[in-house]
Design a protein around this ligand. Structure first.
Ligand code: APR
Ligand code: PHB
Length: 416
């Protein structure tokens, strides 16, 4: 009996297919999932709970995947999905429920009260932990994940019997399946394998990046702080009551080696007001990195028997904390559609997947673009732009409607 009470047994057919995989034979499964990030792992878990057999192919090692530092601000809908997947025990033990967030503009503060305005909360729980929980659950159920799968290639997904080829330890393999789920992120092979004529893409690349630092020190605030300062954007976040995560906006051509810990802390203090800066607890960086910001959407998210989900289909700037939530939302829709196909032989869910997913994607793209435009020092900004940003901030303070719109979007009220 698994922790979540769901009993799973590997059928003899599944055992023989696993043996075929070992021999490098041409094997068969129902759904091949490319990518073992949060999207791929959650999809595998949800499908398994419906008795749908999957194989996950992941380019990297499990340790490499777990080594990635990614944000984790979970909407209620995402928490509910992880509960349904039976992987929310640690999330409820260690996750931090937040009822609001603080915005700052040149030192002035305004708290947006999620519970009062939208009747919802968010949960701070690192994406790495979500991935860990999903990996553990998959390993416990004995379902197949091939790590360090090389040369993954997709074939015949415009027909009824797509195939996926890969190389593992020098041995070539081919899997015949019913469907392929491309959960292999922005730089994966799934979207790249779609004929250009079948795909329409939309993109904005922002003229700045985020320099992030992780430190084993308690956060000085119970909630997240997003600050628009004349020197640039800053974000004060956290991973736990003992581990904090901070960001400062930097020019795109900035080099990480030019940023000592001391320089980072000094710059962050300058972007916070005096009282806060004094409460800031600093220490040696556990991790430090610079990430670019981009808005990107590929339409549609389905090509015959190939479906794209998560970062493979869309990217949002991290300002709205939407990346993980969008990926989880895609997977919830796709898993329901595929389960309906196998259980009811209905294609209604998979036929509606792309349009339903894209409605949520564009709502999150708009919100993430708006938060990014509101909170960053735009390099080419003239006085007009700066005053519009100030007016947006002031409107949040005097208009409940404006504050409610932010609370609803940040907590994922849209489309749930
Ligand atoms: N073959 C197999 N696996 C691949 C390939 C490939 N050719 N290319 C990429 N992958 C793997 C990556 O190694 C990664 O583990 O696909 C996985 C994609 O995971 P993510 O990039 O985390 O994307 P996703 O699961 O959609 O999660 C989205 O991650 O990047 C953040 O902000 C984003 O929070 C969001 C979340
Ligand atoms: C983070 O904790 O890394 C984080 C939080 C909120 C964001 C972006 C990143 O909007």
């Amino acid at each position: 009996m698994q922790p979540d009470g769901i009993v799973r047994r590997r059928t003899n057919a599944a055992k023989s297919r696993a043996a075929e995989r070992e021999r490098g034979d041409k094997i068969r499964t129902q759904v091949v999932i490319v990518g073992a990030g949060p999207a791929g792992l959650l999809l595998g878990r949800l499908l398994e709970n419906h008795g749908v057999e999957t194989v996950i192919l992941e380019r990297r090692s499990a340790a490499y995947v777990l080594g990635r530092v990614r944000a984790g601000v979970l909407e209620q809908g995402t928490v509910e999905l992880l509960e349904r997947a039976g992987v929310a025990r640690r999330l409820h033990e260690d996750g931090l429920v937040h009822e609001g967030v603080e915005l700052r503009f040149d030192g002035e503060r305004h708290r947006v009260d999620f519970r009062a305005l939208a009747g919802r909360t968010v949960t701070v729980y690192g994406q790495t932990e979500v991935t860990h929980d999903l990996m553990d659950a998959r390993a416990a159920s004995g379902t197949a994940t091939v790590y360090e799968a090389e040369q993954v290639s997709l074939h015949d997904f415009d027909g009824a019997s797509p195939t996926v080829r890969y190389v593992k330890d020098g041995v070539g393999h081919e899997i015949v399946c019913d469907f392929i789920a491309g959960c292999d992120g922005f730089h994966g092979v799934s979207r790249a394998g779609v004929p250009a004529a079948a795909l329409q893409t939309f993109e904005r690349v922002y003229p700045f990046g985020w320099l992030g630092l992780m430190v084993e020190k308690p956060p000085f605030s119970d909630e997240l702080i997003y600050a628009n300062h004349e020197r640039g954007f800053a974000l004060c976040s956290m991973r736990s009551p003992h581990r904090s995560r901070y960001y400062v906006q930097v020019p795109l051509d900035e080099r990480l080696e030019d940023w000592s810990d001391a320089r980072f802390w000094d710059e962050l203090r300058r972007r916070l007001d005096g009282e806060t800066a004094q409460r800031l607890l600093t220490g040696p960086a556990l991790e430090k990195s610079i990430a670019p910001l981009r808005s990107f959407v590929a339409e549609p998210m389905r090509f015959g028997r190939l479906f794209l989900a998560g970062d493979a289909a869309h990217i949002v700037p991290p300002t709205g904390a939407k990346g993980l939530n969008l990926a989880m939302g895609d997977v919830g829709l796709l898993a329901a559609g595929l389960a309906e196909f196998y259980e009811e032989r209905s294609e209604a869910g998979i036929d509606a997947y792309s349009s339903r997913a894209l409605a949520r994607v564009w709502a999150a793209e708009r919100f993430s673009w708006w938060m990014t435009s509101l909170l960053h020092r735009l390099p080419d900004a003239d006085g007009f732009t700066r005053r519009i940003q100030r007016a947006e901030f002031d409107q949040l303070r005097w208009s409940q409607a404006a504050a409610r719109a932010l609370a609803e979007n940040y907590t994922g009220a849209f489309g749930r």
